[in-house]
Ligand binder design. Structure first.
Ligand code: FES
Ligand SMILES: [Fe+2]
Length: 371
């Protein structure tokens, strides 16, 4: 059989990429002077806010003997470990005090650091930058700086509303991400009488183009059976509505829909918690629905339903994945998934060699599928 007729085997790596910002916790769950636990890329973290409300993130293990710092005492500025009382500045992890030292012992306390991560609040979330693995001898290393700011939702007016949704999925980051960009599951997973049935399946053609570290579904009029489109039709002429969807490494999907002065924008991330566990966070911003205050709730209901359908599907899928079956990717419906794996490999190769990332797409491509 000619090789082209065969589907491609799916790479099973599920490596978690360091050197990027990740969403850790919704901002409204992190209160002043309090400590919260979180895990990112299998790294245990303690996250909190200082007295002024500034967020911080530390590795949840004391550099002395590994005691979880979340069990310590926090005074809004320094965190005191619960085992021997070493005190750390929460923003850079620098040790401030070792209570057991006598006056004539000259140990340089300020050269000791608890692991500390760049931390920012952006669009209702606390983001944490996970640097490339720290060199050996950490414990004496001040925190790495993030090379850029945490991702932001694009906004097109000064007044807007913001809302988020999250769901945990018992699958690897790769399955979470390719599930997010998969166009073919819609008619089977996202059915509802008030929404669409399997019978609304039809052929689609979409143009894609390479962008730095990712790819874009070029601006187009949204599918007649997509949710935001159905709502936006209430505001503007069908053909003045355009949507653009981007995927950018390591895990960011943004969607922008514009209809005249109205807009809807979302930034969805799939965050690796552990090797076999990820979390999807959808944050949306919009300037619509001022005249119909019930619409955001309706929209949230629809989105929550979608996310729950995806979550439930991945929970079932996890059962099937337990014994490492061989998997495959087909054209064109799984082409975005192939690009994802190729981008990830290209990114790792660029990092290894120090050369520019070699983008897997040579130029614009049109994909066709039925959904
Ligand atoms: S383990 Fe934290 S101070 Fe000893
Ligand atoms: Fe879905």
């Amino acid at each position: 059989m000619p090789e082209l007729d065969l589907p491609q085997r799916q790479a099973p790596d599920s490596l978690m990429l360091t050197g990027f910002w990740y969403r850790a916790l919704p901002a409204d769950r992190v209160h002043r002077n309090q400590l919260h636990k979180a895990t990112l890329l299998e790294i245990p973290l303690v996250i909190g806010r200082d007295r002024q409300g500034q967020p911080f993130a530390l590795r949840d293990a004391c550099p002395h003997r590994g005691m979880p710092l979340n069990c310590g005492k926090f005074d809004g500025e320094n965190l005191e470990c619960g085992y021997h009382g070493w005190k750390f500045d929460v923003h850079n992890g620098q040790c401030q005090l070792i209570p057991s030292l006598t006056a004539d012992q000259k140990l340089k306390v300020d050269r000791i650091y608890a692991g500390s991560y760049p931390c920012e609040e952006q669009d209702d979330f606390i983001w944490v930058y996970i640097p490339d693995p720290a060199p050996q001898g950490a414990g004496f290393a001040p925190p790495t700086e993030a090379p850029d700011a945490a991702p932001q939702i694009e906004k097109f007016s000064s007044k807007y509303k913001l809302a988020y949704l999250q769901a945990e999925m018992p699958v690897s980051i790769d399955h979470g991400i390719i599930g997010l960009m998969d166009p073919a599951h819609g008619p089977f997973v996202h059915q509802a009488w008030w929404w669409r049935t399997q019978h609304s399946i039809h052929e689609k053609r979409k143009n894609f183009e390479p962008i730095p570290n990712g790819f874009r579904m070029s601006a187009h009029t949204p599918s007649s059976n997509s949710a935001p489109y159905k709502l936006l039709r209430l505001y503007a002429d069908a053909d003045s509505i355009t949507t653009t969807i981007d995927f950018v490494l390591p895990n960011v999907r943004t969607e922008t829909i514009r209809a005249g002065k109205y807009w809807f924008s979302s930034l969805t991330t799939v965050t690796p918690i552990t090797r076999n566990h990820c979390r999807i966070d959808v944050v949306a911003a919009w300037n619509l629905f001022r005249w119909a205050p019930f619409v955001p709730n309706l929209l949230k209901f629809v989105f929550a339903k979608f996310v729950e359908q995806d979550r439930r599907t991945m929970e079932l899928q996890a059962e099937g994945l337990k014994h490492n079956p061989h998997l495959m990717l087909i054209d064109d419906a799984d082409r975005p998934a192939k690009w994802y794996f190729q981008l990830k490999a290209a990114h790792l190769e660029a990092k290894r060699s120090g050369a520019e990332i070699k983008h897997p797409m040579e130029g614009p491509v049109t994909l066709k599928w039925r959904s």
